[in-house]
Design a protein around this ligand. Sequence first.
Ligand SMILES: NC(=O)c1ccc[n+]([C@@H]2O[C@H](COP(=O)([O-])OP(=O)(O)OC[C@H]3O[C@@H](n4cnc5c(N)ncnc54)[C@H](OP(=O)(O)O)[C@@H]3O)[C@@H](O)[C@H]2O)c1
Length: 425
Amino acid sequence: MRLGIAGLGTVAQGLLALVRELGTHLDSCSDHALEVTRVASRRPRSEVDLLGATFDSRVDSLVSDDVDVVVELIGGTEAARQLVCGALEAGKPVVTANKALLAEHGNSIFELARSRGVSVGFEASVCGGVPIIHTLHTSLAGTQIREIAGIVNGTCNFVLSTMEERDVSLASAVSEALRLGVAEADPRFDIDGIDAGQKLSLLAALAFGMPIRSNAVRVEGISAVSREDVRLAGELGFRIRHIAQARCGSEAIELGVHPALIKCDSTLAQVRGVLNAVALRTSALDKLVLLGPGAGGRATAAAVLSDLLEVARNRGKPPPIGRTRTLAITGMKTPSRFYVNVPALDRPGVMGQLGEIMSNHDVSLDAILQKPADARTPRARTWVPVALLTSPITSSELATVLQELTPLTDPQRSIRTIRVMDSEY
Ligand SMILES: NC(=O)c1ccc[n+]([C@@H]2O[C@H](COP(=O)([O-])OP(=O)(O)OC[C@H]3O[C@@H](n4cnc5c(N)ncnc54)[C@H](OP(=O)(O)O)[C@@H]3O)[C@@H](O)[C@H]2O)c1
């Protein structure tokens, strides 16, 4: 099976290295030996062993008679879309690691693949080396997926776990991530949750057989999470993680990306640093968690390679995205508990009023943590942080409660809320 690889960056280099290292092992994995015949990228790289392949600077040169499968590893959306569509039009299967491409153009790409009867492999596009796409598409085909809850962005997870372990602010954890190269030079795409939203749209499409709807995902990043929130959550027995969550009900599919409080002893709370993890609840399996490296050249290249072997074994099929479900998409509507950090005015009676507002809305408090005013600046400080854990309520009920709480708080500060994820993952 002759491969044409687009790109010569981190993942493409990882792929070339794996193909070279695995050699005869790969030959024994299918009836077709893999051979890299073409590599195309903007610039040549003399230090990379191309395994005898021809190099070209134009990626459309890969749609050629001496290429059976096109591997798209250039990233971005426009040039990648043209390459992928060109290959599919020519009846060639495609393997890609590009979630941004699929989040934006996946529906038309999969439709084109179906019409040409060829496959699009995209295992590497979500959570790098964690085999979540094959698991959803193949291994779990005999069960209905009810819920997905994943830590799918390594940068956010690194930042949150560093804030907790070193008791530092978000800004200094982000600087550390930049220093170690686990965040992009402009980390906003990750920190603002956009990357996780794109990944969730792909996972939900595959899990629930619906079209890819990346614009419908309600996305909240981690930039509002403070050092104080991380500390208070810890005192309440929780860790904060950035969660991509999808839940399939009978009438709607709830999709949301948000920071969440997770019980310290749960599996997802143990996920630290740049690792990714995806927890699933299905009709047959109460709980399944996949955990592993979400990025990195070799791990991601191994996922690309698994897609290539799938094609070589003649098992590559267009996944059932967009085929069956037409359910409405909503944000997270199911009631949940919330952590509420109230910068309460430091004066008598405030706590009583706070409790009264909660009880007027039938919200009981599962925990209250009131921190003393800072002893060094007793006069300057006019507020004290009060952390609450509410009983389960919807986001709109919470919004009403917050409006009524506002007069009890320091006008210079805002009330912060974080969803509590009580599912047993
Ligand atoms: N890195 C990871 O850990 C990881 C994990 C999961 C998924 N992915 C996905 O894998 C894909 C590749 O990522 P990467 O990290 O390998 O990227 P990268 O290191 O930036 O490499 C991209 C390569 O593509 C080339 N390129 C970009 N645009 C091109 C164009 N229009 N025409 C020709 N060549 C072009 C670049 O050439 P120049 O360098 O000469 O510009 C470079 O060789 C992306 O979709 C990414 O989201 C990456």
